[in-house]
Design a protein around this ligand. Sequence first.
Ligand code: 5PN
Ligand code: ZN
Ligand code: ZN
Length: 270
Amino acid sequence: MSDTKVYLLDGGTLVIDGFHVFWNRGPGGEVRFPCYAVLIEHKDGYYMFDTGYDFDHVMRVLPFEKPIQDKAQTIPGQLAALGLKTDDINYVINSHYHFDHCGGNKHLHKACTICHKKELEASANCQPFEHLGYSDLTFAPDILKKKNAGKELPPDPALDMFTPKFETVTGDQEIAKGIHLFETPGHTAGHYSLMVELKNRRPMLFTADACYTKKNMEMMCISSFHLDPTESVKSMKRLKELAEKHDAELFYSHDLESFKGYQTGANYYS
Ligand code: 5PN
Ligand code: ZN
Ligand code: ZN
């Protein structure tokens, strides 16, 4: 049986304001940051944690975030570079359903979709201030069709081809040997961070949007996109404690400086 491997799949970049990255602190001004997916090759199958953003969606709904993503940075492109097909992925785990974390789900037709029970509910019924975050519902064609009922939109045959099976979970979970989900709510209702244990190195702890950057952690400063700021701070503290307890290395979701030091593409962690 082969040992677990972790690949980071570069999904391009977006721009938001510095006051969004560091809530009530800034400084303001354009901050360009990376989005990436995590591919785990495990004895039980291929797991993908988050799937980045869809370029066309961002250009249509949030063009002010100035997406830069070439074909090689799409989910099909990133998998092809590893000699994999989209149908090879068995499980997709989404930290949460913001558009920059689930835009590639629609390509993974064979995968079972795992998320927190509260997150699936929130995506279909979000707070008004969360609408842009939850603007890409293509990961759940049934929810999207319900939302679009009554609107005069052309049908999208691609979505009829994609009928994902959902498996919702609650609490902390070891979903496969050495793959751990930790509840880190606040940024959204049902946010999960993920830790992967590996044979030859420290565990990798992916914060997802519970902590955008190393500087957010150092300053205990949350992003301005959140459902509950107090819960968000608690979750960031929890991540710090989990990293200490498990001697894990933190991998941040949207940190260009840190990302430059990460191993991407065929350079896996094991
Ligand atoms: C990158 C980004 N842009 C906008 C939003 C939003 O409205 O909620 C979350 C989010 C993002 O992560
Ligand atoms: Zn988010
Ligand atoms: Zn994000």
